[in-house]
Design a protein around this ligand. Structure first.
Ligand code: GCB
Length: 603
């Protein structure tokens, strides 16, 4: 038992989920800690280890040399070799690579500090909520360690009720974006390893017991019922009444939270205006717990497959999609609502009803914006290329990232697909890894579809989709790069695809690079004409793929990648965007736009 507890403690402290993740942060009583922070670049981790490499935060007494103590010399003799307040400043949220020219390629440790005052009313509780930090974060408030979190794209929170003071609090975070083989993602990716506090930092004030999380969605099998749960943090005896109201649906539900802090419910509903791209209807929902009201805007829809079809609210749909990285066109991590609108408006202009948010969970602003705009979403975790499939801790890390993404986003109608992985090499260990992720996803959310972007082969005129993991997926998705990494564009019409699965198929990627403004013959690589021709030919082939139910070409906008070095053309950008990083559309954009306009008429 002791051993088990110890194990659990280790897992929790490594992955920072010791405290339940609070959802629906935008609608809570919050104070933003965004803005200007001080930072210290610390490549040798001098603020973390003593000269003999003892970890300062494991020492019994505060050590003034430890940066998380934010110490200032009290007299002129004292030796103190750092000073946050004299150190440079940076905007949070924001990655360091795009804000500080000298840190463009930096991978390592940086410390951040924000000072603040906070008057916490008696009996209330306070939490620090961090939208995402890439990759590993050690978080301290007023010199006390709150925890360590791994995973660059998911939120986490810590309670600070007993630590916060009315004046001069200092929140110090050590961020390390060093890549490791055993991490998720692993050492090799095709995107920039933006380091830093890349999403909002927020203080959340709550009552002694409060609604930590809830799920309010249509019942998968019966669209005349709303089903889900409400989870109370620190349920106290005698306070167990919770209610849900949706005035527009005349829904008023009251229930009792059971001793484990959870209320499960199923409520009949009538006359629901179902969420869809044509009708992105979101209802005002209020959850009331002991007089505390938490509001949300929730859409209701069903998503299911029937043999090889995807049905939204019982009607067959075709996913007119595009893949998107979380990068703003200025070259840096996107986060704001403004960034989201820019990207999603382009997707709309292309004729999309769907976006694949690759290759990790994006920020909450883009998800909520997609929900309002009526764009269906594929959300993905960074199990990308090769992760260490045989390693238990790597699996736990991936599963933890998935749990956080689902916890944050499960009430957004726009999300229709959870994706487990991208282009992972087939092996028994990988199959087991993905299978476990699939069953974990189902245990948390059985209302959505599950997929993964697979690899395929094309041989002598045939493309085959026979990856055994397909058996566990609702949708068979695959990436293929005819005319870019292999195969001839002229042969496109002669290639036929076959699959053993009678399930919907999505082409989750295809494409090729073009430098916007570079023109030439259609057989000259890197020209807009080549990319245009590649789209024309690929679409002829894709059209004939059996069970085709959608696509998300690679990619909406050119994005930074340290793997793409061709001078004068790539210059550290993956140029497969239909739009350049400075916002200009390439010729292929219009090919895709026409194709989608046509597809829209067919469905
Ligand atoms: C892929 C990957 C994507 C890359 C893309 C490319 O298959 O899934 O992350 O950026 O190809 O451009 O090679």
């Amino acid at each position: 038992m002791k051993k088990l507890l110890l194990c659990l403690l280790i897992i929790f402290s490594v992955f920072g989920q010791a405290q339940g993740l609070i959802s629906n942060v935008p609608n809570r009583n919050t104070t933003s800690l965004n803005g200007v922070w001080n930072y210290i670049v610390d490549p040798y981790e001098t603020g973390y280890y003593s000269f003999h490499h003892d970890v300062y935060d494991k020492q019994a007494k505060p050590n003034n040399a430890a940066y998380f103590n934010n110490y200032h010399a009290v007299n002129k003799q004292e030796l103190v070799e750092y000073d946050f307040d004299k150190s440079p400043k940076i905007n949070i949220p924001g990655d360091w690579n795009s804000q500080v020219p000298e840190l463009k390629y930096y991978e390592g440790n940086v410390w951040f500090k924000k000072s603040f005052d906070y008057n916490l009313t008696a009996k209330k509780r306070l939490f620090v909520y961090i939208g995402a930090i890439n990759y590993k974060a050690d978080v301290y408030l007023n010199g006390k360690k709150l925890g360590t979190h791994e995973g660059g794209f998911t939120p986490f929170n810590y309670e600070v009720t007993s630590i916060v003071k009315p004046k001069d609090n200092y929140l110090v975070i050590k961020v390390d974006n060093t890549r490791h083989k055993e991490d998720v993602p692993t050492i090799n990716t095709d995107w920039w390893n933006y380091g830093g506090i890349t999403r909002d930092v927020t203080l959340i004030e709550e009552e002694a017991s409060f609604v930590e999380d809830y799920m309010i969605q249509l019942n998968k099998k019966d669209k005349n019922k709303i089903a889900g749960f409400i989870k109370i943090n620190n349920l106290t005896a005698g306070q167990n009444q919770a209610s849900i109201s949706i005035p527009e649906l005349k829904l008023n539900y009251k229930g009792k939270v059971s001793a484990d802090g959870v209320l499960n419910f199923e409520i009949p509903v009538k006359n629901v205006s179902y969420w869809s791209p044509e009708n992105p209807k979101l209802y005002d929902v209020t959850i009331d717990f002991n007089g505390q009201k938490l509001k949300d805007n929730i859409g209701f829809r069903t998503i299911e497959t029937q043999e090889d079809k995807i049905l939204l609210n019982g009607k067959q749909i075709f996913l007119r999609g595009i893949s998107i990285h979380e990068e703003n066109a200025k070259g840096g991590r996107a986060n704001s609502e403004e960034d989201a609108l820019r990207l999603l408006n382009w997707a709309k202009e292309l004729g999309c009803n769907y976006v694949r948010l690759a290759h990790y969970p994006h920020n909450e602003n883009i998800i909520r914006t997609a929900d309002k705009m009526g764009l269906m979403v594929w959300e993905e975790i960074p199990v990308y290329w090769t992760v260490e499939f045989t390693r238990k801790e790597t699996y736990d890390n991936a599963q933890n990232q998935l749990t956080s993404a689902i916890t944050r986003d499960k009430n957004r109608a726009c999300i229709i697909i959870w994706s487990m992985a991208n282009e992972t090499p087939i092996s028994d260990a990988r199959n087991e890894f993905i299978k476990n992720l699939v069953s974990h996803t189902k245990s948390l959310d059985n209302t959505r579809l599950i997929s993964a972007a697979l690899l395929t082969q094309t041989d002598s005129g045939f493309g085959t989709i026979n990856d055994a993991i397909g058996e566990y997926l609702d949708i068979i998705s695959f990436n293929q790069y005819l005319g870019w990494y292999g195969g001839k564009l002229e042969d496109a019409e002669k290639i036929f695809w076959k699959t053993k699965y009678n399930k919907p198929v999505i082409v989750s990627e295809f494409g090729g690079d073009a430098k916007q403004g570079f023109h030439g013959e259609k057989n000259e690589r890197w020209t807009e004409e080549y990319q245009e021709y590649l789209y024309i030919q690929n679409l002829k082939m894709i059209e004939k793929i059996p069970h085709l139910s959608g696509l998300s070409p690679w990619i909406l906008v050119d994005f930074r990648s340290p793997r793409r070095l061709l001078p004068g053309i790539q210059d550290e950008y993956n140029r497969k965007g239909l739009i350049s990083n400075d916002g200009n559309k390439k010729k292929a954009f219009y090919i895709m736009q026409d194709w989608y306009a046509q597809k829209k008429k067919e469905y």
